[in-house]
Ligand binder design. Structure first.
Ligand code: PMP
Length: 350
């Protein structure tokens, strides 16, 4: 009999990152464009000196530091290779074949991938006409087979965000057999005071897990590390399904150093948020539709013109993330990078 791979993987959606073009301005992956500070680089170098040894299996030092930093007890924490790994581990911990995972669409493109990998079914609930989560429709989509609901807040790629009251009402209404995974990859860029802090929300709830990352505001996208805060039984299962030693010695050290340097790193977020408002205002003045964003990117729902917009920007050496037929997501970076994007957007003929 011939060797075969799982037939159902044939239609697994691809995760398509932005193109790599030498010398281009990269606004495609919502990274910060400033390098890591010397203290983080020094911790990485120090960890590298012992690279012949495996890292701590249970991420002990990083778990302790994360617990102190977040106020979340260790029994409720899990560390992973970026929050995308934690999303996958949460699905592996909660779902088996035939069960359902509900999420808004469009949202983070890894959700359908991690769902399908375990043989579960994605239930995609369209965003509202103003690009926000349709919480009533998401509630209505929950069945006895639903195990997880993903909510990205702010949402990727639209940047739109749920307010505390509406999210609390949603969490109260979700049935007990469903875990809500609140993905706060961009939480540090939020400026609206009425947006929830997931970690505070999770304290008193047994149906809520929160995932956060060191990739974005903390500037460690290349290191691959994040954490989840979840009810103890869920956190234990998430730790259990992890690949042994998957978070490297260097990643563990870098994340600890990033928390030590949090004040310095997070001080970079407010200027990005101010740039976000400037970029949006300028795009609106040019006549683009741009929903209000609370993240470090903006969304241009260009529909059929998305591919042409992407080509135009590539010709100007600006790399963004285009979702064909839907829209373009553009990272807000340093003022000169944003200016280069705005200049190119100004000359696009719609
Ligand atoms: N969640 C959301 C909403 C994201 O946009 C991303 C990155 N694009 C991630 C999670 C994953 O980030 P990482 O794995 O680098 O932590």
């Amino acid at each position: 009999m011939a060797l075969t791979v799982r037939a159902d993987l044939a239609n697994l959606p691809d995760y398509i990152p932005g193109r790599k073009i030498p010398g281009a301005i990269v606004l495609s992956s919502n990274e910060v464009s400033t390098p890591a500070p010397p203290s983080v680089l020094a911790a990485i170098t120090e960890a590298a000196a012992e690279i012949n040894r495996y890292p701590q299996m249970a991420n002990d030092d990083l778990m302790a530091r994360t617990s102190r930093y977040t106020g979340v007890p260790e029994e409720r924490l899990a560390i992973g290779c970026g929050s995308v790994s934690l999303c996958q581990q949460l699905i592996q911990a909660m779902c088996t074949e035939g069960q359902e995972v509900v999420f808004a669409w469009r949202s983070f493109e890894a959700y359908p991938i991690v769902t399908q990998v375990v043989g579960a079914r994605s239930v995609k609930v369209p965003l509202t006409s103003d690009y926000r989560h349709d919480l009533d429709a998401m509630l209505a989509a929950i069945t006895d087979r639903t195990r997880v609901v993903f909510v990205a807040n702010p949402n990727n790629p639209t940047g739109t965000a749920l307010h505390t009251g509406e999210l609390e009402r949603f969490l109260d209404a979700v049935p007990d057999h469903v875990l809500v995974v609140l993905d706060e990859a961009y939480r540090e860029f939020v400026t609206d005071p009425d947006l929830p802090d997931g970690l505070a929300l999770a304290e008193g709830r047994e149906n809520l897990a929160v995932v956060r990352t060191f990739s974005k505001a903390y500037g460690l996208a290349g290191i691959r590390v994040g954490y989840a805060a979840a009810p103890p039984a869920v956190a234990a299962a998430v730790r259990k399904v992890a690949i042994p030693f998957s978070v490297s010695r260097i990643a563990q050290a870098a994340a600890v150093a990033a928390m030590d340097a949090a004040e310095e790193l997070l001080a970079r977020c407010a200027p990005v948020a101010r740039e976000r408002e400037r970029v949006r205002d300028e795009l609106l003045a040019m006549g683009y539709e741009v929903p209000a964003s609370q993240a470090n990117f903006v969304w241009l729902p260009l529909g059929d013109r998305t591919a042409a917009f992407n080509d135009h920007l590539l010709a100007h050496k600006v790399v963004i993330r285009a979702f064909a037929g839907e829209g373009a997501r553009v990272t807000v970076a340093q003022p000169d990078e944003n200016d280069a994007f705005l200049a190119a957007a100004r000359t696009f003929e719609r």
